[in-house]
Design a protein. Structure first.
Length: 95
């Protein structure tokens, strides 16, 4: 995956993962690219045909605090409501 802005490497390592159709995490390693603008997953074993999902915890945010869980424009005078992390899933299939 490629990002328009740099993201925190530690968050990228921790808050994005891949799961198989049965819901189990796919073992493998993560590579964060130059300037922390890309994320690559390398499975421990060759991909088997099937359906998978990239799972992203909405706690992931850019250096300005923007995330996919909340609007980019925030009223800084009003306190932010307590947020519970959610998951966003991007399905893909290996044939």
């Amino acid at each position: 995956m490629h990002f328009p802005k740099s993201l925190d490497q530690g968050l990228l390592q921790r808050l994005i993962w891949v799961v198989a159709a049965d819901g189990r995490r796919v073992p493998g390693s993560i590579h964060v690219g130059p300037s922390e603008k890309s994320w690559e997953f390398i499975p421990a074993k060759p991909w088997a045909a099937g359906k998978y999902r990239i799972v992203i915890d909405t706690t992931l945010e850019d250096p300005s605090g923007n995330s996919i869980a909340r609007p980019f424009e925030l009223d800084l005078v009003q306190p932010r409501p307590e947020e519970k992390p959610q998951l966003v899933e991007l399905p893909f299939e290996v044939k």
